[in-house]
Design a binder for this molecule. Structure first.
Ligand code: ADP
Ligand SMILES: O=c1ccn([C@@H]2O[C@H](COP(=O)(O)O)[C@@H](O)[C@H]2O)c(=O)[nH]1
Length: 202
C-alpha cells in the first residue's frame, strides 16, 4: 500500500488535486481518506456552541482514530469512515465503508502536523496557493456549498483561519517531499505526481 498525504491551507486546491489524481487512476487502485471526516465528535454541544469551535487547530481532529483507521487499512481491513456535515459542524452519524486500496490518499489542512501520521505517509505533498487566492476561493465555496455568509467567512478568516494557518499549517511545508504551486490549475505538477504514483505501483 502506498500512502500519500496531501496538506495545504484551506482553499489551496487539495481536493481539486486529489480528484484529478483519482480520475487518472483505476477506481480499484485508489481510495481517499479526508481529514474532515475525523473532526472530533461534538454531538454533546449545541449548534451555537459548535459554531464557536476552532476547526483549524490540530486539537479539533481525532488523529488517534484517523491513525488507527490507516493501520487497519494497511492490515487489509475495511474501515467505517465517519461522514461529516459542514452545515451542521458535526459528524452525521453515518459512515462510509472504505476498503484498503493500493493507493490511499489522506487529504487535509492539518495532516502533516501529526508526527504519527507523517511517519505513515510514503509521499508527503503540500499544495500551495497565496492567501488572497485561498480567501477568494474559500469565500465562494463556503457561500455556495457550505451554507455560510460573507460576514461569517471573513470573521472566521481573521479570528482563526489566518492565525492557525500561520502557526500550524504553513510550517508543515518543511515536511513535504513535493510542493505544488496552485495559484493556477497546475496540470504539469499534477502529471508529475501521477507519474511518480504509477512508477511506485509497478
Ligand atoms: N487553481 C485554481 N484556480 C481557481 N479556482 C480553484 C483552483 N483550485 C481550486 N479552485 C476552486 O477553489 C475552491 C477550493 O478548492 P479545493 O480544491 O476545495 O481546496 P481545498 O481542498 O484545499 O480547500 C473550489 O471551489 C475549487 O473549485
Ligand atoms: O464544521 C466545520 C469544520 C471545518 N470547517 C472549515 O473547513 C476547513 C477545512 O476544509 P478544507 O476543505 O480543507 O477547506 C477548515 O479551514 C475549517 O475552518 C468549517 O468551516 N466547519
Amino acid at each position: 500500500m502506498l500512502i500519500i498525504g496531501i496538506a495545504g491551507g484551506t482553499g489551496g486546491g487539495k481536493t481539486t488535486v486529489v480528484n484529478t489524481i483519482v480520475d487518472e487512476l483505476q477506481h480499484e487502485e485508489v481510495a481517499v481518506i479526508s481529514q474532515d471526516s475525523y473532526y472530533q465528535d461534538t454531538s454533546n454541544l449545541s449548534y451555537d456552541e459548535r459554531t464557536q469551535i476552532n476547526f483549524d487547530h490540530p486539537q479539533s481532529i481525532d488523529f488517534d482514530l484517523l491513525v488507527s483507521h490507516l493501520k487497519e487499512l494497511k492490515k487489509g481491513n475495511a474501515i467505517e469512515q465517519p461522514v461529516y456535515s459542514f452545515v451542521e459542524h458535526n459528524r452525521t452519524g453515518k459512515t462510509l465503508k472504505t476498503l484498503p486500496k493500493k493507493v490511499m490518499i489522506v487529504e487535509g489542512i492539518l495532516i502533516l502536523t501529526n508526527p504519527k501520521l507523517r511517519k505513515m505517509c510514503d509521499i508527503k505533498i503540500y499544495v500551495h496557493a497565496d492567501s488572497d487566492e485561498r480567501l477568494i476561493r474559500r469565500l465562494k465555496r463556503d457561500i455556495n456549498e457550505r451554507g455560510r455568509d460573507i460576514d461569517e467567512v471573513l470573521n472566521r478568516y481573521q479570528t482563526t483561519l489566518k492565525p492557525m494557518h500561520q502557526q500550524f499549517i504553513e510550517p508543515t511545508k518543511e515536511y513535504a517531499d513535493i510542493i505544488i504551486p496552485y495559484n493556477r490549475y497546475n496540470t504539469v505538477a499534477v502529471d508529475i505526481v501521477q507519474t511518480i504514483i504509477k512508477q511506485r505501483l509497478d
